[in-house]
Design a protein around this ligand. Structure first.
Ligand code: KIV
Ligand code: ZN
Length: 420
């Protein structure tokens, strides 16, 4: 709470032209939270929709337990009506998860909601996630319907879900392309019907960060009962903006982020959990925090990658194998003088193996001298100059010069002065 209050009051005091909209958003943020951002993990639902990533019940339970251990607040365990296998996964996960909320997805269909409620029966904290498409694309093409009918169906599905659980999350599918005025009407109505969380998905990954942020701000400023629900961001990555959009949502009043480990999800994926968590941690002065144990991020990423048989790209932020690798001479020299010159996060903080100096044709003398030293060879400047020429010959032929190559170089080298 402290940081949040200090930050916002500073903004107000230092900006005499504060707009009434910003003021409302700020007051809403202060009322709504102490800066805690709820992490809603949908690796087991949206993530599992990735072709080839299908999980069996045992794998899902193992991942759910690891997600709870990681500190996520909500685990979306599956879409119970979609298959008997998914039903039993949600049912079994509900039995073993005791701290996190377990959530089951449904369409705005009575049978879906009944089946979801059944699967969630054993959960300590059950949540039904139900909703309907609200953009004109969805209303016309998918439902061959009209806005008033969809509004009624939205209200109805929340009422059905409320018969089974207190905690009901409503999603306005394709909210990213839904006209704000209509979206606000839908959100007001579903909160009145009992929705505790309102999910504003950018289902197609269409929005730019400022547009998505403005959408959230619009809801904060135009839905009279918005203080009765938590606003959730659910952003897809079709334009590579899922993380930026989720953060923009938070800056404008959202208090829940829906995300997946390694950013897995439909098409180009969902918001990546590790990215949003580390952004909020790095920028703690904004006043937000999560309960994620960040040292578990890399082990969790590997577990998901192995279980889902889906490799993580090497340059993936936070969890990619190159996230803490330094390969160019300029970077290596700076890093060896002070790691903070090129690292804003320590590998330990996110459970990565450690920083790596990769020796390539772009590496410089300091990295080479440093590696020789690690291998037990102490050379002076002149020696390194000579060795560097030999090193570059190898590096031009190979992608990466390995320790064995250096040992060979050392064994054939006659140092001018100090020897190893
Ligand atoms: O992307 C989306 O809109 C969804 C909803 C079902 C929440 O995944
Ligand atoms: Zn989605």
């Amino acid at each position: 709470m402290g940081e949040q209050v200090v930050y916002t009051s500073f903004s107000i005091a230092s900006n005499t032209k504060v707009s009434s909209q910003l003021l409302i958003t700020t007051i809403y943020q202060l009322i709504m939270s102490d800066g805690k951002i709820h992490i809603f993990d949908t690796t087991l639902r949206d993530g599992e929709q990735v072709p080839g990533c299908k999980l069996n019940s045992r794998e899902k339970i193992e991942l759910a337990l690891a997600l709870e251990e990681l500190g996520v607040d909500i685990i979306e365990a599956g879409f119970p009506i979609s298959s008997p296998g998914d039903f039993s996964s949600v049912r079994e996960i509900s039995k073993v998860i005791r701290n996190a909320t377990v959530c089951g997805l449904s369409r705005a269909v009575q049978k879906d909601i009944e089946v979801a409620a059944d699967a969630l029966k054993g959960a300590a904290r059950p949540r039904i996630h139900t909703g309907i498409g609200t953009s004109d694309y969805h209303i016309k093409a998918k439902f061959n319907s009209n806005r008033e009918d969809i509004l009624e169906r939205a209200i109805q599905c929340v009422k059905w879900a409320k018969n089974f659980v207190d905690d009901v999350e409503f999603y306005a599918e394709d909210a990213g392309r839904t006209e704000n005025e209509y979206l606000a009407r839908v959100i007001e109505a579903v909160i009145k019907a009992g929705a505790t969380v309102v999910n504003i998905p950018d289902t197609t990954g269409y929005c730019l960060p400022h547009q998505y942020g403005e959408k959230i701000a619009y809801l904060v400023n135009n839905v009279p009962n918005i203080d009765k629900a938590i606003i959730s961001c659910h952003c897809h990555n079709d334009l590579g903006l899922a993380t930026a959009n989720s953060i923009s949502g938070v800056l404008n009043g959202a208090r829940q982020i829906e995300c997946t480990i390694n950013g897995l999800g439909e098409r180009a994926g969902n918001t990546s959990l590790e990215e949003v968590v580390m952004i909020l941690k790095q920028h703690f002065a904004l006043g937000y925090h999560t309960d994620i144990k960040t040292q578990q991020l890399n082990p969790m990423s590997r577990l998901v990658s192995d279980t889902m048989r889906m490799p993580v790209q090497a340059n993936k932020a936070i969890v990619g194998s190159n996230a803490f690798s330094h390969s160019s001479g300029i970077h290596q020299d700076g890093f060896l003088k002070d790691a903070q010159t090129y690292e804003i996060i320590t590998p330990e903080e996110v459970g990565a193996d450690g920083s790596r100096i990769v020796l390539t044709a772009r590496s410089g003398r300091s990295a080479l001298a440093h590696r020789f030293q690690k291998l037990g060879h102490q050379y002076n400047r002149n020696d390194i100059d000579v060795l560097y020429v030999a090193f570059l010959k190898i590096a031009d032929k190979k992608k990466e010069v390995e320790d064995a190559d250096l040992q060979l170089l050392a064994s054939n080298f006659e140092p001018a002065t100090i020897t190893s």
